[in-house]
Each structure stands twice: as C-alpha cells, then as structure tokens.
Design a protein around this ligand. Structure first.
Ligand code: XMP
Length: 517
C-alpha cells in the first residue's frame, strides 16, 4: 500500500462525519469514519496521523449523548473538534459548556480574535455556518480563544502545545467562508499531514488490493449496468487480473439512447475488458406486458435481471471455475449500513442478493473506500469514456419507471428520443455540473389536444424533472434558464412526433421524490 497519512473522523452523527471525511480527502489526505464508540486502542491500530471529532445532532448534556472516547486526549494525537466535537472536547477537558437560550443557526459573522494556527492568513471577519444550541462559555485551561461571535464568546480555541483545536462552526459546509482553509490548516500545519491521497495512488492501491484478494489464478465476474460505479470497479479489476475477469452486460432494453453502445463499444475499447452481452430486451418487455403498478414493475425487472444474470454466470462458470463477484459498493453505503471501518467486519463469504446457493461468490468491492466524486476521478484516471464517468445517477429499473403506464417498445423509443434531446441541450448549456439529474418522464396514459403543423394532434406529455442535490436524499428543482427550457421544449415537440406537450416539475424532495414512477 502507498504510504498514506490517515485521519480518523470520529462519528457523532453520520451525515456530518461523511461530509468532513470528503473535505479531508479533498485536501488529498486519506480519511476514514469511525464510530464514537470505538475504543482508542482500536483507533491507534489504524496508525492515525490526526483525529477529527465530528458534529452531531445531540446536546452534550442530553441523556446518552456520545462522549469523546476515553483516553483520546492522552494519545498526543493532533485533534480537531467541530461543533458537537468541539463542545465535547471543551467539556472533557474542564471547560464550561452552557445551555444558552440563544441558538445560532445558519450564516453567522465570526470575529477572529487571535489568528493562531487555524486562522493564520485568513480575514479577521468571516461568515460561518452555525447550528447549535449549547455554547462553550469558557475554554479549558491551556487553550487560547481564537474566535468569537456576538453570542458565543468561545467560537474557536486551540492549545498548540497539546495539538488540540476546536471550532463551533462547520468548516466542512460550503457556506462557511474559508472553511476548507481552516480544515487544510489543521491537517497540514497543526497535524503535519502530507497530501499523498492522489488519484494515481488510489487507483494503484485498489489494483494491488484486488490482485492480492483474487490471487494469481482466481477468476471473477462483474455485472455492468452502464453506470459509473460498476464501470470503474470493473476497470480496476481488469487492471488487476486481466482476462480472468469477465463482465456481463444485461441489456434489458430500458437504458437511455446510446448507453448500451457506450458499454459494448466504448468501455470495451477503453479497458480491453472481456464482455459477455445478453440481449434480453424481448424477455423484459414480455414480462412487463400489461403491468402499470410501479412496485410490480420494479419487482419484475429485478427478478428478470437476477435470472438473466444467473444464467450468464452459470454459462461462464461452466467453462472455468469463477469464485469472485465484483460489486461497485461505495463508502457511503458501507458507512450507512454500519459496516464503516468500525467494529463490523467486511463480509467476505456470502451469497449475493438473490443468487442461488450453488452460485456462491466471494465479493470483490474495489470502491468500498471511495466517495462518488473519487470514483469519477478514478474513472478518468483509468481512461474510461467521459460519458460513462460523468453519467447522471440512473435507476436500475431504468426507463421502465419513467413511463407512467404500461411499458412498451414504442413508448420506450419515444421516451429515449425525448430524453436524449433534454440531455443534449442541458450539456450544451453547460449545466451538467449544476444539475444532479434530470429524469424525463413519459405520461403514457395521458393524452391532450395540440396543434402541430396544420393538424390537430392528440399526443402525450413529457415531464422534465431537473433537480439539484448533494446526495439524492433531499433535492430541489433546478432553476434551469428559460431559454434552455424553451430549446428543449421546441426540439422535443418538433422532433418527437408523439409528444405535443413538455411540462416542468417544480417540486422539491421532500415532498416529491426525484423519480416519478
Ligand atoms: P427517489 O425517486 O427515491 O430517487 O427520490 C433517489 C435516487 O435514487 C435513484 N433511484 C435508483 N437507483 N436503483 C438505483 O440504482 C433503483 O431502483 C433506483 N430508484 C431510484 C434515483 O434516480 C435518484 O437518484
């Protein structure tokens, strides 16, 4: 393994910890999330260079509020407390944390009173993101108070002698001015971390780890979905074991325009991967005849997918023993399923989602330490096609759940054309970086009167659903400029004969989900 410095982010509330870990990695320093219940000896086994105590939803005085792991401050490791982590640090070291009546939420002016290590070279007045009820009223002995707000006398503190630092605000949030600089100063100046977590190292390490896991003769299969995760996972495994990997691409006929070709031609050309294609569109369409209910569609598509994949796996295994199955599991899934790097073990031998007992595989998960943006960068490093690396999130059941009503070949063709136009125009307007995803939905059971050319039409509407989001858990409708919407609408109604109306979904999530189904 490359010689990375590791920073452990102690998790006092998952969503905060993940964002911090991502920001640390954006400073090219490797970070892992560990539960706050992890004993300090366990943490030390990971040889951390520094510790960050995350924010969290509780008050330090709440019943069952998570405490700083016992003995942490005696390790001599540079430690940075953020929000809850800052208060927990202050409390543990003899400072005073008060329940105040005045809570601070949102953008708050911060006055730097002593630039110390964390604020050196930054403006003396910053707007930072706050979210707290309790406040540190007095810093523990040995700490210098470095910043304050109108209502929080101790908004930042540091004890450079002991290597302990804390801030009340959230430096990881983009709304905090110079937040990333504060974090970077902790990592580089206070903790002496080196920026060694680079894409080249990440890819090389992942390749080495896979080669070790599979060994010199083992064989693996990998299902490709057309999306970025499975493509990058497959490319890493291909680098590690070459032709001993066989990829399986089940073309269920529910992909968007050009996506099957991207996998079958561009991905293969870029990686040299051995690809087994199953053209199963007819089978899926037959199974979906007459089905309108979205849950039923999902069940049928999932069931057929497993059956087709299983048949392909059996066929490949008939020629040679295959022991490993590659999956594109990402770090957030690992953390959220409680696996993390904590005490839960990496599952080694187990049966994968619905495959029968005689098809037992050991999982290979080359992305389980990576965030999505890192996966995309790794994909670029591996030379994968930009269209695959930059692909918007796309549901497994594909266009099947973006047709409201029965799924038929004709309807799929109509939706594919409309969707391709929307994607093309959004890219042309340079909005790909701004938009999380933009489902185009065909209201196949709705018709309305229109007039196209000289004639009256009775066509279908489509819905454009462009959203902005950080993680798809919440989303807002994207404010796409009117002229871009106008171009999309004009082109769709001109070029796709069956569509005579284009509508825009202006609902956030919640209450609306991203997909219509
Ligand atoms: P919703 O519609 O629940 O979608 O707001 C949240 C995100 O999940 C994607 N999605 C799926 N992804 N398999 C997937 O891999 C699925 O079955 C599936 N259903 C929804 C959706 O596109 C959005 O990004």
């Amino acid at each position: 393994m490359s010689d990375f410095d590791t920073v452990l982010v102690v998790d006092f509330g998952a969503q905060y910890a993940q964002l911090i870990a991502r920001r640390v990695r954006e400073c090219s320093v490797y970070s892992e999330i560990v539960p706050s219940t992890m004993p300090v000896e366990e943490m030390l086994k990971r040889n951390p260079k520094a510790i960050i105590l995350s924010g969290g939803p509780s008050s330090v005085y709440a019943e069952g509020a998570p405490a700083v792991p016992a003995g942490l401050f005696e390790t001599g490791l540079p430690t940075f407390g953020i929000c809850y982590g800052f208060q927990a640090m202050a409390l543990a070291l003899g400072g005073e944390v008060k329940r105040t009546d005045i809570a601070e939420y949102g953008g708050t002016p911060l006055a730097v009173v002593d630039e110390g290590v964390l604020f050196a070279g930054l403006p003396a007045a910053l707007s930072v993101w706050m979210s707290h009820g309790d406040s540190v009223a007095a810093a523990p002995e040995g700490f210098a108070v470095t910043a304050a707000t109108e209502v929080t006398p101790v908004a930042a503190m540091e004890d450079t002698e002991r290597g302990l630092y804390g801030v009340q605000f959230h430096p990881e949030v983009l709304h905090s001015e110079h937040g990333q600089d504060v974090l970077r100063r902790f990592l580089y100046e206070a903790a002496g971390c080196r920026p060694s977590w680079t894409m080249l190292n990440i890819v090389e390490d992942a390749v080495t780890a896979v080669a070790e896991q599979i060994g010199p003769t083992g064989r693996a299969i990998c299902g490709l979905s057309g999306g970025v995760d499975s493509a990058v996972a497959a490319a890493i495994v291909q680098r590690a074991i070459g032709d001993r990997l066989t990829c399986v691409f089940v073309d269920h006929g529910l992909l968007r325009k050009g996506e099957a070709e991207q996998v079958e031609k561009d991905f293969v050309a870029a990686t040299g991967v051995q690809l087994h294609v199953v053209d199963a569109a007819d089978r899926f369409l037959t199974a979906l005849v007459g089905v309108v209910d979205p849950e039923e569609k999902r069940k049928i598509i999932g069931r057929e997918f497993i059956r087709v994949f299983e048949a392909a796996a059996r066929e490949i295994s008939a020629h040679e023993q295959v022991d490993f199955l590659v999956q594109g599991t990402l770090y957030p899934d690992v953390v959220e399923s409680g696996g993390g790097t904590g005490t839960a073990n990496i599952k080694s031998h187990h049966n994968v989602g619905g495959l029968p007992d005689d098809l037992r595989f050991t999982l290979v998960e080359p992305l389980r330490w990576l965030f999505k943006d890192e996966v995309r960068r790794a994909g670029l490093e591996l030379g994968l096609p930009a269209a695959i690396v930059g692909r918007q999130p796309f549901p497994g059941p594909g266009l099947g759940i973006r047709i409201i009503g029965e799924v038929t070949r004709d309807r799929l063709d109509i939706l594919r054309e409309a969707d391709a136009i929307a994607r093309e125009e959004l890219s042309r307007a340079d909005l790909d970086g701004h938009i999380w995803q933009c489902p185009v939905v065909l209201l196949a059971d709705v018709r309305s009167v229109g007039v196209q050319g000289d004639g009256r039409t009775y066509g279908h509407p489509v819905v454009l659903r462009p959203v902005t989001s950080e993680d798809a858990m919440t989303a807002d409708w994207a404010r796409v400029p009117y002229d871009v919407l106008a171009r999309i609408s004009t082109r769709i109604t001109n070029e796709v004969r069956e569509i005579n109306r284009v509508t825009l979904d202006v609902t956030s999530k919640p209450p609306g989900t991203i997909e219509w189904e």
